[in-house]
Write a protein of this length. Structure first.
Length: 211
């Protein structure tokens, strides 16, 4: 990140700290579009500090339902970020638990891919339908119900917000449930361990332009 971009980002985070400190006593702001600044302003100071230092913060630990959320600072413009994340057939490049991604279709509205995953000694296949909202800067996905999926629930989203023209705030959420037919440790591995690692990997992958 260049010096000017770093200064702009630091100013953004400082502003968010100030807004967060005053928002506890001020009435909630109504209306208006979400922005990177408003999203950061709702976070606790410890979260903002970690975000400023690392560009990645996990907002919520793995619950019994498999919910995980994160904020990621990508060092690329928002349009570049969504174009990279939309390359669903390449997601194995930052998700080492995936043995293979078989791409069935891709167009400007979405993609259909089969993921073949290996965790420890277990192989699991599932098929994702991914949707692209280019104007809204949003990507979301869910299991294809027509496929015999090896997992009970896999769903999630990316929402992207411009920070300063050169950096992008990514808000990520996912829910994974392996189902009753798989052991509890597999649920833990699929969420608590794999998702934070995937977030670190995807940040590095996007920051270097997918190279």
């Amino acid at each position: 990140m260049g010096a000017l971009a770093k200064r702009a980002l630091t100013a953004t985070v400082i502003l968010a700290f100030a807004i967060a400190a005053t928002s506890r006593s001020a009435p909630a702001r109504k209306g208006g579009p979400e922005t990177a600044q408003r999203i950061l302003a709702t976070q606790l100071p410890a979260v903002l500090q970690e975000f400023e230092q690392t560009g990645l913060v996990m907002l919520e630990g793995t619950s019994a339902e498999g919910h995980v959320r994160a904020l990621v600072r990508f060092e690329q413009p928002r349009r570049r970020v969504i174009r990279l994340l939309a390359q669903t057939a390449r997601h194995h490049e930052f998700r080492p638990e995936l043995r293979e991604i078989e791409s069935h279709s891709w167009d400007e509205t979405g993609a259909l891919d089969t993921h073949r995953m290996r965790i420890m000694f277990m192989n699991i296949d599932y098929r994702l339908r991914t949707h692209f909202d280019w104007e809204g800067n949003r990507i979301w996905w869910e299991l294809d119900p027509e496929f015999e999926n090896g997992l009970e629930v896999v769903e999630g989203f990316w929402e992207l917000f411009d920070i300063d023209g050169q950096n992008t705030l990514g808000r990520f959420g996912t829910r994974v449930s392996v189902g009753a037919g798989l052991p509890n440790w597999f649920q833990d591995m699929a969420t608590r361990k794999n998702v934070p690692e995937a977030m670190e990997n995807v940040k590095r992958w996007v920051d270097v332009g997918g190279r």
